[in-house]
Design a protein around this ligand. Sequence first.
Ligand SMILES: [Zn+2]
Length: 207
Amino acid sequence: MTRALFIIDVQNDFTEGGALGVEGGAAVAAGVSALLERHPDAYDVVFASRDWHDGGNDNGGHFATDAAPDFVDTWPSHCVSGTAGAEYHPDLATDGIDVHVRKGQGVPAYSIFEGTTEQGETVSELLTARGVTAVDVVGIATDYCVRASALDAVEHGQHVRVLTDLVAGVAPDSSAAALAELAHAGVEITASEAAVGETGAQDAPEE
Ligand SMILES: [Zn+2]
């Protein structure tokens, strides 16, 4: 089984103190780094996405300009390309990332599948080219970009797991609803150590 990790939007603007800071975001950054340090061989390829919006416009209605943001379809300005808010959180160890994906240039983009690499490759193309059959998803936010990325991975034909201790959501209710929806779509909802222990060098009990 060729397994990929998706690290979704672990950026300064989505963590504590950012324009759209999510509680637990910084802990996700540190937790993902620790996971990769403990299990350097768990993943054949590591993708990371960044929301990467234009600064001079509302990005297709994604940024609230005339009214207050509703935090569902409209948001405060965030992750503008070239700003500190768009950078990866400093606690995320970026040396383990193989593929950097940017999304949302001038448009709303929730899923990593909506983005491309700097060379213009899509995530879908790269998964197929590398023979990936399984994807673990971590990052921010559970109820938006993690949700959308995991659903698109299922659509791509991947066996998908969301690692519950390495995601953070905008709101508790919508995060719980997202995980329930993902489970219904066939996504395995599991803790990271249980998941990676199974696929790593250690023997898993009963499997
Ligand atoms: Zn955005």
